[in-house]
Design a protein around this ligand. Structure first.
Ligand code: NDP
Ligand code: 2IT
Length: 452
């Protein structure tokens, strides 16, 4: 079969890129029926073309520590596909970043961006630089060195990066300053900028808010709502924080948060005041989530145990889960624990947080499972709205952007239903729905534009 043949070729070409191959496999397998029913895609060999990036840049990033030590990190930008708009996607700074990670994220971004209804192609970038424990001056020097090379490949109509793990407002500020100086132009070349100098209202909140709006849309199909629901959240960074904020506003009760060292379980729930503590802890002092349990006696901290074959956080009794840390943080065993302990709504704030075995468990249990490329598309959507505002040279109000974000998440949900709903079983497979809807838009654009 065509899908299997292409998968074999992609696997043979990059056998050392497990995350990338995992992402491609998930998308292609769920496209199999659609491709068979629509032979025009096979005829133009769209699958093989869409799995190969337009181009990849890998570059050296030298910088100096405060002590004068010379460091060398690696920078990567993968421009994957620009069939429906300029390349768009975040930049990740984390020691685990390599070509496989950036390609998996860039590949996902193609279809995610297509779902947003906005004109954006797919890209991703990053570095194995670890911002943890670095001074502001060190982070600034790194960002300036990173941009001294990246500026050659990006531009407001070419490729517009943004944040991801380890890249927030601070890093975007330093990178924007460096780009502006080198190019002597003030343009919307990056999104996630501070609002005083070109950023959009709601961009910091967008991924978390969007993931909650998506969960709300899924619940509505069962005549249910988030009100009163106990929720698990992993991570404690940008996405986790604003997921918690919106959940609290909607009357739900987040009970967990985590970082790479461990997780907290707060039986009384994370409320507004406790969340303010987390934001100060993580965004200003850049401390560890363990401190939460020292501050609030209602909470218990559990350190990460690498010898376990599961994460006990996912075994906490709850109705909803918002994985918001990193890829493959939920394995098959975790997924089984979740389903057994009451979780029936999963809205993925992170990119590919569930392993293929875990996804299988969720789909078989026929619960409301919203995969990352649909559920976390709110972030890049408001990035798209930031680009629009930059082009218009004006700012929309907070309320206007939030309404647009709500509308976009509802539109994404509708697209998932269109291609994922099965009348016979009365069940929506959001994985299939998101993949087919995102793919169709990109593939049709590729057909229109010829063999390029
Ligand atoms: P942040 O850097 O703000 O926060 C990341 C959080 O996840 C931290 O709590 C971090 O803990 C934890 N984490 C990161 N890597 C690991 C790891 N290998 N193991 C365990 N925990 C880890 O990033 P974001 O909140 O922006 O991103 C979180 C997820 O959401 C990512 O998957 C990202 O790709 C995705 N995403 C982000 C968007 C955005 O707009 N920012 C948009 C769409 C998706 P620690 O501090 O210990 O590392
Ligand atoms: O994974 C993602 O969608 C992001 N990190 C946000 C990308 C963006 O361009 O806003």
């Amino acid at each position: 079969m065509y899908v299997d043949e292409v998968l074999k070729k992609v696997n043979a070409r990059d056998p050392d890129q497990p995350e990338f191959l995992q992402a491609v496999d998930e998308v292609f397998v769920s496209l199999a029926d659609f491709i068979e029913e629509n032979p025009q895609y096979q005829k133009a060999n769209i699958l093989e073309r869409v799995a190969e990036p337009d181009r990849t840049f890998i570059f050296r990033v030298p910088w100096e520590t405060d002590d004068g030590e010379v460091m060398v990190d690696r920078g990567i930008r993968v421009q994957f596909n620009n069939a429906i708009g300029p390349y768009k996607g975040g930049i990740r700074f984390h020691p685990s970043v390599d070509l496989s990670i950036v390609k998996f994220l860039g590949f996902e971004q193609i279809f995610k961006n297509a779902l947003t209804t906005l004109p954006m192609g797919g890209a991703k970038g990053g570095s194995d630089f670890d911002p943890k424990g670095k001074s502001n001056a060190e982070v600034m020097r790194f960002c300036q060195s990173f941009m001294a090379e990246l500026y050659k490949y990006i531009g407001p109509d070419v490729d517009v990066p943004a944040g991801d793990i380890g890249v927030g407002a601070r890093e975007i500020g330093y990178m924007f300053g460096a780009y502006k100086r080198i190019r002597n132009e003030f343009t919307g070349v990056l999104t996630g900028k501070n609002r005083d100098w070109g950023g959009s209202h709601i961009r910091p909140e967008a991924t978390g808010y969007g993931a909650v709006y998506f969960a709300d849309e899924m619940l509505k199909t069962r005549g249910d709502s988030l009100d009163g629901k106990v929720c698990l959240i992993s991570g404690s960074g940008n996405v986790a924080q604003y997921t918690a904020e919106k959940l609290i506003q909607l009357g739900a009760e987040p009970v967990t948060l985590s970082d790479s060292s461990g997780f907290i379980y707060d039986a009384e729930g994370v409320d507004e005041d406790k969340l303010a503590f987390v934001m100060e802890l993580k965004n200003v002092r850049r401390g560890r989530i363990e401190e939460y349990a020292r501050e609030f006696s209602s909470a218990k901290y559990t350190a990460t145990d690498p010898t376990l074959d599961h994460n006990p956080m996912w075994a906490v009794e709850a109705a909803c889960a918002f994985p918001s840390a990193t890829q493959n943080e939920i394995n098959g065993k975790d997924a089984e624990h979740m389903v057994k302990n009451g979780v029936f709504v999963i809205s993925e704030g992170a990119n590919m947080p569930t392993t293929p075995e875990g996804v299988e468990v969720f789909l078989e249990a026929k619960i409301l499972y919203g995969p990352g490329k649909a559920a976390n598309a709110g972030g890049v959507s408001v990035s798209g709205l930031e680009m629009s505002q930059n082009s218009l040279r004006l700012f929309w109000t907070r309320q206007e952007v939030d309404e647009r974000l709500r509308g976009i998440m509802a539109a994404i949900h509708e697209q998932c239903m269109m291609y994922g709903y099965d009348e016979k079983s009365n069940y929506t497979n959001y994985v299939k729905g998101a993949n087919v809807a995102g793919f169709k838009k990109v593939a049709d654009a590729m057909l229109d534009q010829g063999l390029v």
